[in-house]
Design a protein around this ligand. Structure first.
Ligand SMILES: Nc1ncnc2c1ncn2[C@@H]1O[C@H](COP(=O)(O)OP(=O)(O)OP(=O)(O)O)[C@@H](O)[C@H]1O
Ligand SMILES: [Mg+2]
Length: 319
């Protein structure tokens, strides 16, 4: 079983609005409402890929009820802690004429200490039947930035793989708790290592730095694939996976699809190269769809053939 944790779950409203202009009145030509938040998106993709998954996290108020109902309607197993404050709705406007996407994320509920402890208990209980636990997305208001780090530590003694996909201070702290995998995008990785990347070499060095901070494996995604410091037969190796970038319909959630693909393949016990190829293919496939986490598994498998993989040799050791 794979558990996905979404502490800031949401209802995601995606609107397609041609010629979107500020200060004007518009009509949508397409719209879709789905349960969202990164962990929920990852659960959706894992389910589509045929993997056993339970989505957990916090859900509050009428929007929280809606999130749980939508998941249940999609046959995604879920077990959320109910909180007093109302879960958020995130709205994204996609202009099909320009491909531009505008996102407005609500502030989201504050969570109390007692609700956090209820969640901790639930997670430890659920994790007993799990092989992988994925923490994804931002933290809700009111919790300490080290929450992911402390949850990763709680799971340390259990024989499972911990994965963290977040940014800022929660990521910085989580990396130090030595999770098995972290998967920042370029911006998140730049923030973590504290400088911008100007070249392929900068990016490779950064991924190795992130692993040196504590993560067993560090994968940095970018629109043309990923850099990954991964373990191959116990040895740390730096790999570069590349795919020809496409004109995306909706880019949002492609990192979530990447991670779901990578973890689905890992869960099946595939070799690392296969896992990276499949992750990149799933990320690429998902850019063709409006709505985060949606994917066509057959098309994703076909795209694996378009992913080029290479081993990166770095000129010198870091630090
Ligand atoms: N334009 C594109 N064409 C093809 N594949 C893409 C494109 N953009 C993203 N991808 C795929 O999606 C993966 C993740 O991309 P990216 O690093 O941009 O995600 P992200 O910023 O984490 O997205 P999000 O957090 O919204 O899910 C990449 O590894 C790649 O496989
Ligand atoms: Mg991401």
């Amino acid at each position: 079983m794979i558990i996905t944790v979404t502490l800031n779950a949401a209802i995601d409203k995606s609107l397609a609005v041609p010629n979107f202009r500020l200060g004007r009145r518009h009509r949508t030509v397409d719209q879709r409402t789905m349960a969202g938040g990164k962990g929920v998106n990852i659960a959706r993709t894992l389910k589509a890929l045929g993997q056993p998954v339970i989505a957990t996290g916090f859900a509050g108020g009428a929007t929280g009820t809606h999130i749980v109902e939508q998941l249940t309607e999609e046959s995604i197993l879920n077990d959320f802690v109910r909180i007093r404050e109302e879960s958020r709705t995130n709205t994204s406007v996609l202009d099909p004429t320009t491909g531009e996407q505008t996102e407005i994320n609500e502030r989201g509920p504050a969570v109390t200490e007692q609700e956090v402890e209820l969640f901790r208990d639930k997670l430890i209980y659920l994790a007993r039947g799990a092989a992988i636990v994925v923490f994804a997305g931002s933290l809700p208001r009111g919790v300490e930035p080290e929450l992911y780090a402390s949850l990763v530590r709680d799971l340390e003694r259990m024989e499972l793989t911990t994965v963290v996909d977040t940014d800022g201070e929660p990521l910085r702290q989580a990396v130090r708790a030595e999770p098995d995998v972290v998967s920042p995008n370029v911006l998140e990785a730049e923030e973590l290592v504290g400088h911008e990347f100007a070249s392929e070499e900068d990016r490779s060095v950064a991924v190795r730095e992130i692993a040196a901070l504590g993560a067993r494996e560090a994968i940095m995604t970018l629109p043309d694939g990923c850099f990954a410091q991964v373990l191959v037969d116990g040895q740390s190796r730096l790999k570069r996976a590349r795919i020809e970038p496409r004109e995306p319909v909706a880019k949002r959630g492609s990192g979530d699809a990447f991670l779901a693909g990578y973890l689905a393949a890992r869960y099946e016990g595939r070799p690392v190269d296969h896992c990276l190829r499949f992750g990149v293919a799933c990320g690429a496939e998902s850019t063709g769809r409006l709505g985060a986490g949606l994917i066509d598994p057959r098309e994703a498998r076909r795209l694996m053939g378009d992913v080029e993989l290479s081993l990166v040799e770095l000129p010198a050791e870091v630090g």
